[in-house]
Design a protein around this ligand. Structure first.
Ligand code: NAP
Length: 437
């Protein structure tokens, strides 16, 4: 009898776990259970629309999904249509790989004003995520502020700074492309509460700002340190590269291009300004001591009509699994929660790293499952033989991998020339395509 494994979530962590289980040589039967009808998590819904090559990793996951041992059950939300305890009764092992889907809270006065968005929502909106298709942010503003200097903040700032030409080859949904290409935004501000050496963005992503056709990067020379201090090794090289790029940006002239993206360091947001919507942001100047941003008591205001808070993501609790509210992850011992229950990816270790950082998590989870099966601690459960009747008896409309391929083919078919696909935004549209094909 195979080891029956359910993986919750079909993003990189889920698919790397599936691939690792197959590679382990164990006789496995893997069911990937996904809330949306579409697979690949942040590859589809998070990676920026103008970074299509990054999305190519989905081809690798596609191969895994098409293997005999694997089945996809999309449009099934664990915690709603089926509980974790139901799944644990059916499967020898359950791997939690549902990611970190919500924004860390921006805890400052005015953060609830219209015109303030978390990056999870804003990125989901421009990536046609069904949860955020109706977000409708007003981009008819002159200036936008992005809080945070990680790669998500960089993505948002870059897309807000792109020209029509840059957007025309993406898979942005029409509503987002129209709003972005018509937007009169002239100035985008990126606010880092600490200094340039503390920024989390990576150099390839940073350098892209130097090559935008309509937008020039601006950096204040007096915010740049002379060197990277006593850093060593890889960290030293990475920070030196960023510093060098920021130095080059500091020499660029503000009138070189019609629009500007301003990197503003040592600036901690303290209040969102405006009467009935965002009209600006107040920031406190900081200095960095022992790696922490310390307020100096000096404040300044920047006028803007849109604020996107890109200060990191967090996981959400799932009934039946432990949860650490402070860190927003599931407490685990290197991916093991208890016999039969494991975690991989952002819900295991928090929202950090690149796509391939999730790979070792999959390998570790597969190793735990292998060991526990070998020791007799897990095994003997029916897996999908129990899942499918459960779903059918409750009329739960699940989407198979071949259904997803139908959705995908329609998206590719509907795309204008030069674009990879035209994404469906609502779940109903996706189900209709399956029904009508
Ligand atoms: P991140 O890298 O952790 O960056 C979060 C940023 O928000 C940091 O600059 C942080 O500053 C700041 N921040 C946190 N709390 C704040 C507060 N209260 N006030 C002001 N600033 C605050 O997170 P992320 O940008 O969401 O990215 C998540 C992961 O996805 C990262 O590993 C990232 O590299 C990855 N990613 C990669 C790509 C790519 O490779 N192209 C694209 C997107 C995302 P402090 O450092 O001071 O806390």
């Amino acid at each position: 009898m195979p080891v029956n494994v359910a993986i919750i979530g079909s993003g990189p962590a889920g698919f790397y776990a599936a691939a690792a289980l197959i590679d382990s040589g164990e006789d496995v039967c893997i069911d990937v259970i996904e809330r949306l009808p579409t697979p690949f998590g942040l590859i589809r819904g998070g990676v920026a629309a103008d970074h299509q090559t990054t999305k190519n990793i989905s081809k690798k996951f596609d191969k895994t999904a098409l293997m005999d041992q694997v089945r996809f059950y999309g449009n099934v939300e664990v915690g709603r249509e089926i509980s974790l305890s139901d799944l644990r009764e059916m499967y020898d092992a359950v791997v939690l790989a549902q990611g970190a889907p919500v924004d860390r809270t921006l805890n400052i006065p005015g953060a609830d004003k219209p015109g303030v968005f978390g990056a999870a929502a804003f990125v989901g909106w421009y990536n046609a995520h069904p949860d955020f298709g109706n977000l409708n942010p007003n981009l008819d503003v002159q200036a936008a502020a992005v809080i945070g200097v990680g790669n998500v903040a960089i993505d948002v700032a870059r897309l807000l700074s792109r020209s029509d030409k840059g957007l025309a080859v993406t898979d942005l949904p029409d509503y987002a492309e129209t709003a972005m290409s018509r937007s009169p935004i002239k100035d985008v501000y990126l606010f880092g509460r600490r200094g340039p050496l503390d920024a989390k963005f990576t150099n390839v992503e940073l350098r892209e700002f130097g090559e935008l056709s309509q937008c020039v990067p601006q950096v204040k020379t007096d915010q740049l340190p002379d060197g990277v201090g006593d850093l060593e090794g890889r960290e030293k090289r990475l920070k030196e590269r960023n510093l060098e790029t920021l130095r080059q940006f500091s020499e660029r002239q503000p009138d070189e291009k019609p629009n500007r993206v301003h990197f503003e360091f040592f600036a901690s947001p303290s209040e969102i300004l405006g009467t009935d919507k965002v009209e600006g942001i107040r920031l406190e100047r900081t200095r960095v001591e022992g790696g922490r941003a310390i307020g100096t008591g000096e404040f300044f205001d920047v006028a803007c009509g849109l604020v996107v808070s890109a200060i990191g993501y967090r996981g959400i609790p799932l009934e039946g699994a432990p949860f650490d509210e402070r860190s927003g992850i599931i407490p685990n011992d290197d991916g093991r929660i208890e016999d039969g229950l494991y975690a991989a990816g952002w819900i295991k270790r928090g929202p950090s790293g690149v796509i391939s950082t999730n790979r070792p998590d999959g390998v570790t989870a597969a190793g735990h499952i292998h060991n526990e099966y070998a020791s007799g601690a897990i095994g003997g459960k029916p897996g999908r033989e129990a899942l499918e009747p459960f779903l059918r008896e409750r009329n739960i409309r699940f989407v198979s991998y071949s259904d997803w391929k139908t959705i995908e083919a329609a998206e590719i078919n509907n795309a204008d020339a030069g674009r990879p696909r035209k994404k469906f935004v609502t779940i109903q549209e996706m189900l209709d395509v399956i029904d009508n094909t």
